[in-house]
Design a protein around this ligand. Structure first.
Ligand SMILES: [Zn+2]
Ligand SMILES: [Zn+2]
Length: 622
């Protein structure tokens, strides 16, 4: 059985339960979604007023504010009623009606939203599904055979959602739930959901000082990287630059603002305008770049290209700005300014499939290095609004699909979900909590080369048009960093950790002043003990730095326990604790995150061990 069918059927049971408890409630829609289902209800009852100091909770899907008509107690009541309906094992019975019959029926039931939906259906006949004596719903189906097939479900939350997602429409109350084939799967999902709340990058990022997203002072959806986050980004960027150069890409850098006429040529001005920021310079319209493609195209066009030059692969860590609606902004996932690991490949039509295959390899290699082993792949085809020839679209779609097939990869097809200028492959990574994160996209484009009149000279000296590929690997670095933090719960692997080793000298600088055997006070530093220890700590730090290991030293006047605890809270992978004994023997006492004390070892061995682990886990040293 398809999980989506089970989940959507569960949404009927939810609606049926709500109608039994509150017969006056009007029904919206109740589809299955990625991790479950929802149903929208219009419950005409005073909304729960906000208690002083309590935040309105943002909704899951549409970013509207929720003033919910259903309380947590209501959800429990609804669940109870749903269990009764499931126990009765009521069959789902399909009936076909003419649109007129259906309209009359739902008018009689006072289901205004359903009446509206019927008008939007292009077919002559519509279908309804009945369960039990009292409940029926307008629905295309399919469904499970009977309610008894639902074994494990849970209602999760309530949020406000405008009818049809339009702000001028009435706000309905959306109840989210999920449903699995077994209780075990449901339990695991709920556990992951709890864990995900704890790992939310919007909490972890500021708490561990990786980044901050100020709203008031700077404007919404704009990211500030603090030193740790900026260092993490540098590590990712350095890795990417090196890998791209290794794989035959050339690095380019293009301006952040460019003349509007360029965006008119590219088509963005007509097809993407609502997402672009514009400004005036010398009375001319300029655009803050929402994409890097036109800039790369201008570099390609700067001289005559021969077929022997192709493929040309331009790579840029390109920062782009897009106008996202305030309501959809979400941590690092949806922001208004972000940096893409963006590349554009100009090639011969015959090189297309090989290039796509190489990109797929690149994506998989990169995911593995960052510790993601599971992905989901989607192929998106031509949307209603598009530019370019239909035959080109077909050629591009075949190249993408052919590459996936040759690689023996499983994929889903999203009909009509491609960009306006070409079909695409999306590769979503799955994190430790089984959630999907959008990352890589490979997009075929026959349209832009035409619009910009791109050409190369073929073997017979004739001008031909190259094919263009747009692609990102990690996608938005912002979103990827959010995914990394949540995937690892901020316990980044050694090669990515901003600080890899923290050196902690046992004697703090201002230790309790000890007494010498003869009763005189031993002054810190005066007998050389403290200085020598600090000197030893500095020596270790230097030795690690000389080996390109990122290291800090915690000399603060705090107890050893407190400094170890602080390092653990900051998720630093290795601690090198040094005292008199270590200083004398040239050793370090090592603590490893998650393992505790792993013993004392010579400094050289410690360096070797760390380098080895970096190589194994990330395969890479700066
Ligand atoms: Zn249905
Ligand atoms: Zn592009």
């Amino acid at each position: 059985m398809e999980l989506s069918v089970l989940r959507h059927s569960c949404s009927h049971v939810l609606a049926s339960a709500v109608k039994e408890l509150w017969p006056e409630v009007k029904l919206g829609i109740g589809p299955s979604i990625e991790d479950g289902f929802y149903y929208d209800f219009d419950k005409k009852e005073p909304f729960t007023p906000l208690e002083p100091g309590r935040q309105r909770r943002p909704s899951g899907a549409c970013g509207t504010l929720a003033l919910t008509g259903f309380t947590d107690e209501d959800l429990a009541k609804i669940e109870e009623k749903m269990r009764e309906i499931i126990k009765k094992d009521e069959p789902f019975i399909r009936e076909e009606l003419s649109k007129k019959q259906a309209t009359d029926l739902f008018k009689k039931l006072k289901e205004d939203y359903k009446v509206e939906l019927i008008q939007e259906i292009p077919d002559e006949k519509v279908s309804i599904y009945k369960t039990g004596d009292a409940f029926l719903d307008l629905c295309r189906g399919p469904h499970i055979n009977s309610t008894g097939e639902i074994k494990a479900f849970k209602l999760l939350s309530v949020a406000g959602a405008y009818w049809h997602g339009i702000e001028t429409n009435p706000m309905l109350q959306r109840i989210y739930g999920t449903c699995f084939e077994t209780q075990k799967e449901l339990d695991e999902y709920l556990k992951n959901l709890e864990e995900a709340k704890k790992r939310d990058h919007r909490k972890l990022g500021p708490a561990l000082e990786f980044f901050d997203i100020y709203h008031e002072e700077a404007g919404a959806g704009l990211v500030f990287y603090h030193p740790k986050g900026a260092l993490l980004r540098k590590i990712i960027e350095d890795y990417e630059k090196q890998e791209h150069l290794k794989r035959g890409y050339q690095m380019v850098i293009t301006p952040h603002i460019m003349d509007a006429s360029l965006w008119k040529t590219s088509g963005h001005y007509d097809y993407y305008k609502e997402n672009m920021y514009t400004l005036k310079i010398d009375e001319k319209d300029y655009v803050l770049k929402p994409m890097n493609c036109p800039g790369h195209i201008l570099i390609y066009k700067s001289k005559t290209r021969s077929y022997k030059d192709l493929p040309i692969r331009y790579f840029e860590l390109g920062t782009v700005y897009r106008h996202e609606k305030a309501g959809v902004l979400h941590g690092l996932l949806r922001v208004r300014g972000f940096t893409q690991d963006d590349a554009h490949i100009f090639c011969l039509p015959g090189q297309l499939r090989q290039e796509i295959k190489s990109i797929i390899d690149f994506v998989f290699d990169t995911m593995k290095v960052f510790g993601f082993n599971e992905v989901g792949i989607e192929l998106s085809t031509r949307p209603e609004k598009y530019i370019g020839l239909e035959s080109d679209w077909q050629l591009a779609t075949e190249a993408l699909e052919g590459a996936l097939k040759e690689k023996n990869l499983k994929y889903d097809i999203n009909v009509g979900e491609g960009a306006f200028y070409g079909p695409k492959i999306d590769i979503k990574l799955k994190d430790a909590l089984k959630r999907s994160w959008q990352c890589a996209t490979i997009q075929c484009d026959f349209a832009l080369p035409k619009r910009f009149n791109l050409s190369y000279v073929d073997s017979e000296g004739k001008e031909k048009q190259p094919v263009m590929l747009h692609r990102v690997l990690l996608g938005s670095l912002e979103r990827f960093i959010g995914a990394l933090l949540e995937h690892y719960n901020a316990e980044l692997p050694l090669w990515l950790a901003p600080t890899q080793v923290l050196v902690i000298p046992i004697n703090p600088v201002r230790a309790k002043v000890p007494q010498a055997p003869d009763g005189r006070l031993w002054r810190p530093g005066s007998n050389g003990v403290k200085d020598s220890l600090l000197g030893y700590a500095a020596k270790i730090k230097k030795a690690l730095e000389d080996n390109f290991i990122r290291v800090d030293c915690d000399n603060r006047n705090e107890t050893l326990d407190k400094r170890i605890r602080n390092a653990e809270l900051n998720k630093i992978p290795y601690l090198a604790v040094v005292g008199e004994r270590e200083a004398k023997s040239g050793n370090v006492s090592v603590r490893k995150k998650g393992k505790g004390d792993i013993g004392t070892m010579p400094l050289d061995d410690f360096v070797k061990q760390i380098k080895q682990e970096i190589k194994e886990k990330g395969g890479w040293l700066l």
